[in-house]
Design a protein around this ligand. Structure first.
Ligand SMILES: *[C@@H]1O[C@H](CO)[C@@H](O)[C@H](O)[C@H]1NC(C)=O
Length: 297
């Protein structure tokens, strides 16, 4: 096993371009599909994997040097397949910062997808509503994000920059692809989906949820939903030139008052995901087809 890969090595030692290439080579030798779109499934959104035909599945633990995830309800699998005729790769089971992973490790799958040939990333997550007009079960298309980890100085690109992936100073004003967002709204309309919002996602480190004062602060900052993932993936994806689209499944309303009865449970997140499964599946399927047809992926 490589001593530079993150499984055995010092926490702060980033995975080099050559390490990612080696890992990718292992996968390429075992699957003929060259994926165009990469999909990262958030909590309870594994339903997307049911769309795949012609699939080849890898458990993380069987891929040399790939990290393994530890959250209950999360698979650790990488799936190749097709949605319609579009070749895709699906990451089922994220690596979270709150598990103790450094951010470069959380985002390793993004770079693997890049070297596999992916040009567009679709990400989903479970999030709490800060915007009081949102309801549990709503889907929020992400227009932009507030990355509180980056505010605090923790960025997945911190450390030596490898120009083979991208430039030292990347722009983030174009983080979420405008044209894909327009297409996504078109899909929502064509499917007649209700309860779909568009807003700003804020990321905290977790694993504890937010205090009332923190939530009030986030609302003042302009956040509509809050969660513990996705933003670092977007940072790394933009750095290596991938187009990004993300959506949140609203699994709870955040308690903005001290005497509120609203509570946040991980199990609840999994349940809400189940209820909206068909909608999410149809949405992702139509979006992928539309992006391919429109040459937007
Ligand atoms: C909450 O969401 C609604 C509906 O998308 C939007 O019109 C409104 O501006 C948002 N509220 C705040 C405070 O951002």
């Amino acid at each position: 096993m490589c001593d530079n890969c993150g499984r055995n090595s010092a926490e702060n030692h980033p995975f080099s371009y050559e390490n990612v290439e080696k890992l990718t080579k292992y996968l390429k030798e075992r699957v003929s599909i060259v994926p165009q779109i990469g999909i990262i499934c958030g909590t309870g959104l594994g339903v997307v994997t049911k769309l795949l035909t012609d699939s080849t599945i890898f458990d993380y633990k069987d891929i040399p040097d790939f990290p393994v995830s530890t959250v209950p309800g999360h698979h650790g699998r990488l799936l190749f397949g097709r949605i319609g005729s579009t070749p895709v790769v699906v990451i089922q089971g994220r690596f979270y910062f709150y598990e103790g992973n450094p951010l470069w490790k959380c985002t390793l799958p993004v770079r693997v997808m890049k070297l596999l040939g992916v040009s567009t990333l679709i990400m989903s997550n479970a999030a709490g509503a800060i915007n009081s007009s949102y309801n549990v079960g709503d889907i929020m298309l992400v227009r932009d994000h507030i990355n509180l980890l980056t505010f605090g100085g923790n960025n997945p690109l911190r450390g030596p920059n490898d120009d083979k992936f991208g430039p030292r100073f990347g722009t983030m004003n174009d983080a979420y692809d405008r044209r894909i967002l327009v297409e996504a709204k078109g899909v929502v309309k064509s499917l007649g989906m209700s309860g779909v919002q568009e807003g700003v996602y804020a990321c905290i480190g977790g694993p504890s949820f937010e205090t009332v004062a923190e939530l009030r602060a986030l609302r003042k900052l302009g956040a509509d939903a809050v969660g513990m993932s996705t933003v670092h993936e977007v940072v790394v994806a933009r750095h290596c030139g991938l187009k990004c689209f993300a959506f949140c499944l609203i699994t709870n309303k955040c308690s903005m008052e001290y005497d509120s009865k609203e509570k946040q449970y991980h199990e609840e997140h999994l349940m809400v995901g189940k209820q909206r499964e068909d909608d999410l599946k149809n949405f992702v399927e139509k979006l992928v087809l539309r992006l391919t047809e429109g040459n937007l992926a």
